[in-house]
Design a protein around this ligand. Structure first.
Ligand code: NAD
Length: 551
């Protein structure tokens, strides 16, 4: 089961560990490294540049061993991907506590992080890589779908039909962009310097066609746009070259964003470097590479600003490319907004965020059963129903079958309890795990992304994700994690995650009710505290207690 070759999570209803919470952690760790799920499983890299599931293979083996033996009153401690202790706790305590990539403020820089990583002392956990609840590209698909739907609502009358979106990056997260655009009716031109990225997304049905160069890409894009036909087109090129080139030739682009791995300058291909030479050059001369990558990002961002000046809807998609361009001295880097203040914050005020679950059985029929349960629970939510139906038709599972949808305060707990009932009554064939991205309403401090431009200026206050993690530990989550640097890179974010297992027992039901109430409740509280009226309304209407707001 454990090893250096391909890793697949066990399927079915037979336990390998001593209980379902331990088994779930074991399967989800392995699922993160499933070759269908992980970007580079042989290096334990799941997604997002170098986001890992475990520090090294001996650590992976030891985690598997410990989870298999762990009792229901024990807790495994994981420090940046390495199991460092097992403690006696109690049955309400999480079975695993995880801290990844955390550094003291003044030391929280990429060079210091890399120095420590090379010494074997830490690893980069991204968000759901090191906390074992990554579900492949679908995870980001829903968020990306929501974002492009919000762009459509804001600028194009509710649909992207007849518009062209230009973006780059077809990796683990960015690979969701083409399908999210076509699900909203639009045309997407997606640039990636790695031909494998393009082929992989075509293979997964997320990208429609590959064009040979920018000319062909534009020709295909204009044809589809004029016919108001959804189409996604991949082009192999360096975005720092392609985006300025498209601007220079006056390409008719309506929306521009980017999801290259700009948060890590060693993962962004600089101008003048061949893709094949990238990894070796980054290893040989990290400082020189970083400088060249940042300069290239400045050219890339300058072209994005150029498109904005020409009237396009332009936004940063959470990869810190504006920050990097500004470090290279480009003065207008922050002329366009991040996607959270532009489109997502109103959802956060309602405690909404990326709720997700996976079927430990490995049986897609179990997810179909949960889909029906969600449709049944929220019959009046048409956008949710549209998503669930489209996801059922168009999303191909990677690894264990899973589903995601955005649910808010007062909704997640209902869904979770229903899922636990499905397990209890045998309507699914094995337990379900319920978790979420760290990119959520009350679980992250990230001034370039989730907490950019908070109303009260509290963007960098990182007490909230720590409180969030502690609340989830106190509420009965199955595993809880605190990470640093996910999404936007070292020094720029602190965030927390939780995963809770629905094994059909009354105890799981109790835990689920508390966790899935309190976890999104942190989002409502955080936004009430920052002065958002909608959050205060939600707190009043749905009974979230916020002492200083009198609710
Ligand atoms: P990834 O490492 O899997 O993929 C990045 C892709 O960018 C790769 O395919 C790579 O070939 C490509 N790339 C690098 N430099 C390029 C260049 N100069 N030109 C063209 N292509 C280039 O990363 P990912 O998981 O897809 O994440 C992408 C970024 O989005 C990260 O910075 C991540 O932190 C961020 N992110 C955003 C959100 C969000 O909510 N919007 C969520 C998660 C991650």
């Amino acid at each position: 089961m454990a090893g250096r070759g391909p890793v697949w999570a066990p399927r079915g209803a037979t336990l390998n560990a001593r209980g379902w919470p331990q088994e779930a952690a074991l399967r989800m760790l392995m699922n993160n490294l499933d070759p269908e799920v992980a970007e580079h499983p042989e290096r334990l890299v799941v997604y997002g540049g170098s986001g890992r599931a475990a520090r090294d293979w001996p650590s992976f083996d030891a985690i598997v061993r410990e989870l298999t033996a762990l009792r229901a009153d024990e807790t495994l401690l994981v420090q940046s991907g390495r199991p460092v202790g097992v403690m006696t706790t109690h049955e309400w305590a999480p079975r695993v506590l995880i801290a990844n990539s955390n550094l003291v403020g003044d030391w929280a820089t990429w060079p210091e992080f890399r120095r420590l990583e090379q010494l074997g002392l830490t690893m980069y956990g991204q968000m759901t890589a090191g906390s074992w609840i990554y579900i492949g590209t679908q995870g980001i698909l829903q968020g990306t779908y929501e974002t492009f739907a919000a762009v459509a609502a804001k600028r194009f009358g509710g649909s992207l039909a007849g518009t062209i979106t230009l973006t780059a990056g077809l990796g683990g997260m960015g690979g969701a962009q083409p399908l999210a655009v076509t699900m909203n009716g639009g045309v997407a031109v997606c640039v990636d310097c790695d031909p494998r990225g393009v082929e992989r997304r075509i293979g997964h049905g997320y990208l429609d066609v590959r064009a040979d160069g920018l000319d062909e890409a534009l020709r295909l894009a204009y044809e589809a746009r004029d016919a108001r036909r959804p189409l996604s087109i991949g082009v192999v090129a360096n975005a720092a070259e392609a985006v300025p080139a498209l601007l220079a030739r006056g390409a008719e682009i309506d929306v521009v964003t980017d999801q290259t791995s700009a948060h890590d300058p060693l993962a962004y291909l600089p101008l003048g470097v061949a893709f094949e030479d990238m990894a070796a050059l980054a290893r040989k001369d990290p400082e020189g590479f970083t400088r060249r990558a940042r300069e290239s990002m400045a050219r890339h961002v300058e072209a994005m600003v150029g498109f904005q000046d020409a009237g396009a809807e332009v936004f940063d998609y959470g990869n810190s490319i504006r920050g990097e361009a500004s470090l290279a001295g480009y003065a207008r880097a922050f002329d366009f907004p991040g996607f959270v203040p532009a489109y997502i914050r109103p959802l956060f005020c309602e405690g909404k965020g990326p709720f997700r679950w996976a079927a430990l059985s490995g049986d897609p029929a179990d997810i179909a059963a949960t889909d029906r349960a969600v449709l049944d629970l929220f019959p009046d939510n048409e956008p949710l129903a549209r998503w669930i139906r489209m996801a059922g038709e168009r999303v191909r599972y990677q690894g264990l079958p899973a589903r995601i949808c955005w649910l808010g305060y007062g909704e997640r707990d209902r869904a979770g309890e229903r899922f636990n009932d499905l397990v209890a009554y045998g309507e699914v064939s094995a337990p379900l795990v319920i978790g979420r991205d760290h990119l959520d309403c009350g679980s992250v401090a990230s001034p370039y992304r989730e907490t950019e431009g908070m109303l009260d200026g509290s963007d960098a206050i990182a007490d909230w994700p720590l409180l969030n993690a502690m609340v989830n530990v106190a509420s009965g989550a199955s595993w809880v994690s605190i990470h640093h640097g996910g999404g936007v890179g070292i020094g720029r974010s602190i965030h927390a995650g939780q995963v809770t297992v629905a094994d059909g027992t009354p105890l799981a039901g109790e835990k689920i009710r508390r966790v899935l109430t309190n976890d999104p409740g942190m989002g409502v509280i955080r936004h009430v505290d920052a002065g958002y009226d909608r959050a205060a309304e939600v707190a009043r209407e749905r009974g979230v207690r916020v002492p200083m707001a009198g609710t």
